[in-house]
Design a protein around this ligand. Structure first.
Ligand SMILES: *Cc1c(COP(=O)(O)O)cnc(C)c1O
Length: 313
């Protein structure tokens, strides 16, 4: 997906032109990966457009920054308002929003505390993804997810994505859509940027936060929807082979939304089609974000933007 430019990017409280949003090559983040970020979707509904779980995303950005002792000069409310500002200033919906905070240009030592913290918020058009219902063919990665006490998995940090890149590259060069990493003990963890769920005998399982996974906001949303539909959701450590004998499996994430897995390591999951539980959750999730079902959890924050025709991913 090539970068699609917009007019404005939010930088430390101001809107600046896209081409002016540049940093120096000697910035701390370039050398040591010292960034935390978010990925947020703004969806179109029949009544307009709105941002999905905006406050939760900005709270997670604050949490990621806190883990790395990176003070952000803004509150969750201020950052949420900034997201709305940049979407409205650019007049683009549906779109993807990318807030990022990092250690900028100051000192070149490893210790980041003497380098300033910069925050940018960019957005770009990202239309409704029309998922083929054929499902994703994935593999178990030969790379493990970050071991506890190495890199904090609960921070959505740029540096964690070096691990994600290894997982994703290996999967794609071997002809898979995505890789599922195990944790350091060999139990299921998550994809390079998606949380993992499986279904067996009518029960939904997902890996707990202690198994080196990010606390996904889509993961949380799907757990809430499943419980409300009367389904049983169990967060527990899961062995790899449970995936092979699962009736259904799916990924969740801001980019992946709810994506069903057709096969893992070329072993078909169930009969390979989207199963009834995944389908019910898929329908519920898309019903809410697309404005066809009531926003009963107040997940949507409206933005004042004229909605464009859906564009491709
Ligand atoms: C962002 C991310 C996810 C998905 O989280 P959402 O909040 O649902 O977008 C899952 N795993 C990793 C490693 C991530 O970085």
């Amino acid at each position: 997906m090539p970068i699609q430019t917009t007019a404005n990017i939010w930088h430390n409280g101001q809107l600046i032109p896209w081409d002016k949003a540049q940093i120096h090559v000697m910035s701390h983040v370039i050398h040591y990966g010292s960034s935390v970020f978010e990925g947020i979707r703004c969806y179109a509904q029949p009544s307009g457009a709105s941002v999905f779980r905006l406050q939760e995303h900005m709270q997670r950005l604050m949490d990621s920054a806190k883990i790395y002792r990176m003070p952000l000069a803004y509150t969750v409310d201020q950052l949420s308002a900034a997201v709305i500002d940049v979407i409205e200033a650019n007049g683009i919906a549906p779109c993807y929003v990318r807030p990022i905070a990092f250690r900028g240009y100051g000192e070149i030592g490893v210790n980041p505390l003497k380098s300033p913290v910069d925050i940018y918020i960019a957005n770009f058009p990202w239309g409704k993804y029309v998922p083929g219902n054929e499902g994703a063919d994935v593999c178990v990665s030969s790379w493990s997810r970050l071991a506890p006490n190495t890199m904090p998995s609960l921070a959505k940090a740029g540096a964690n994505y070096m691990n994600s890149q290894l997982i994703r590259m290996e999967a794609e060069v071997n002809g898979y859509a995505e890789g599922i990493a195990l944790d350091v003990n060999g139990y299921l963890s998550e994809g390079s940027g998606e949380n993992l769920f499986l279904v067996r005998n009518g029960v939904i399982y997902t890996t707990p936060l202690a198994n080196s996974v990010l606390s996904g906001i889509t993961r949380n949303s799907v757990i809430i929807l499943a419980k409300q539909l009367g389904m049983e959701v169990v967060e527990q450590t899961l062995p790899r082979e449970l995936l092979y004998i699962a009736d259904e499996a799916f990924f969740t994430g801001t980019a992946a939304e709810v994506t069903h897995l057709r096969s893992v390591d070329r072993i078909l999951i169930g009969d390979g089609t989207m199963g009834p539980i995944t389908s019910a959750l898929h329908e519920e999730f898309f019903g809410i974000v697309n404005g066809l079902k009531a926003d009963r959890y107040n997940w949507l924050t409206p933005v004042n933007v004229k909605v464009a025709e859906p564009v491709g991913v």
